[in-house]
Design a protein around this ligand. Sequence first.
Ligand SMILES: Cc1cc2nc3c(=O)[nH]c(=O)nc-3n(C[C@H](O)[C@H](O)[C@H](O)COP(=O)(O)O)c2cc1C
Length: 334
Amino acid sequence: MEAAMTTSLDQRRLTAALRRSAVRATLAPSVHNTQPWHFALRDGTLQISADPSRQLAVLDPTGRQLTISCGCALFNARVSLAASGITTEVQRLPDPARADLLARLVPTGSRDASVDSIAALDNVVELRHTNRRRFADDEVPAELVETLQNAAAREGCELFAIRRDEHRLAVAILSQRADDIQNVNPAYRAELRAWTTSDIGRTDGVPTSAIPRVDGDTRDEVPIRDFDTNGLGILPSGTRSSRNQCLLLLGTQGDDPLSWLRAGEALQRIQLEVTRQGFAASPMTQVVEVVSTRAQLRSELNLSMSPHILLRVGRAPITPATRRRRLVEVLSES
Ligand SMILES: Cc1cc2nc3c(=O)[nH]c(=O)nc-3n(C[C@H](O)[C@H](O)[C@H](O)COP(=O)(O)O)c2cc1C
C-alpha cells in the first residue's frame, strides 16, 4: 500500500516536472518569434514536434531555422528537468516515419540537481532576450568566449570567433550584401511585415518594442535585420554596431535536421551562458539565409563547418520580453 502511494506520488512529481519543462521550453527564442513547436506529455515522456504551419516559406524554405528554433526549446526543457533533479535520455529524431517528431525526453531517474552543470542555467531562462540595442564598447573577455566555445562543443557544435581583420571585413560585406538581396525581394518584405507587430494582444511575431527604429541613423557595419517595416520600432535607432564587436559563428559538421537540432541546443546553451555572465546577445542569420552569401562565407573564412547562426555578444541595457502563445495552444497531454 505504502509502496503504491509512493509510486503515484513519484508519478505526479514526474508529470509536474515534465509539464514545467514544457512551459520553460516555450520561453526559447525562435526565428521571427514564430514559436514553431508543439509539446506533448505522453507515457511519462515529453515529446517536442515541429509545427510546419509556422515555417517561414520565403526566409526558411528548408526548415533549417524552424528546426534550430525547436532545438532551443529542447535545450530549455533539458535545463528545466536537470534543475528538477531528473536525469533524462534525449532521443533525437526518434521515429523515421515521423519527421516532425524532433525529440523525446525520457526520464531515467533522479539525482541531486547540482551535479548537472546545465541545471544552473534554469535561473536565467526568463532573463534571456534577443537584444538589438547598441552594445557598449567594452570588450567581451576572452575567457567568456572560451566558455561559449566549450558550451557549443558540449552540444556537438563549433563556435568560430571572428577575430582576424579580413574575416571581420568579409562578414560585414557579406552581411550587407545579404541584407540588400533580401530587402529588394517583395515576398521577403511581406513575410517580415506579417511577423512584425505592434498589436499588444498578439502572442507571436516580433513586437515593435523589441526592434530599433530605422531612420537613416543606423550605420551598422554588420546590419541588424530591418524589422521596422512600418516605422514603428521603439528602441533607439543608433545601433551603430561595428566590425570590432564580438562576433561568433555557430556551425555544425553536417547540414541535416539532426545537425540543425543540435545547433539550436547549442545556440540556447550559449545564450543562457551569455545571460548568466551579465552580457547580451542577438542572433543574426541573414548572411546564412541567402544561398550565395552563405557559400561565400564558408570559402572566405575557410570554414570546414556549415554555418548556421552569426551571434553578436556585448553589454547593453535590457530589452522587453516578447510574448508567447498560450500553453493550451502548444501543449497536449494524454
Ligand atoms: C534561428 C533563429 C534565427 C534568428 N535570426 C534573427 C535575425 O536574423 N535577426 C534578429 O534580430 N533576430 C533573430 N532571431 C531572434 C528572434 O527574432 C527572437 O528569438 C524572437 O523574436 C523572440 O524574442 P526573444 O529572443 O527576445 O525571446 C533569431 C532567432 C532564432 C532562434
